[in-house]
Design a protein. Sequence first.
Length: 110
Amino acid sequence: MGFRVYAIVRSGGRQHKVAVGDVVEVDKIPTAKVGDTVELSTLLLVDGDSVTSDPWVLAGIKVRAEVVDHHKGQKIDILRYKNKTGYRRRQGHRQQYTALKVTEIPTAAK
């Protein structure tokens, strides 16, 4: 079995481990339309036995992904309650997500 190239990328303040062909759910990218290609900044790159973590090298490596879908996450309920005062508040929230399919992870020039 061969090795698998993967990268740790940053999107929306979160970090995701991605490989080519993966579909990853990130916070909504409002400027991207379905079918567009987006570039994600790379924090770490693993290519077989070699691990690239040098920020100067990684600055030139952008992981490319295709926008598959925009959708909403599961609903969460925010309930506030104070004892003996009759204070109750209910608020709902559904986070907006963008599904990205990773199409290319360029490797660092050796």
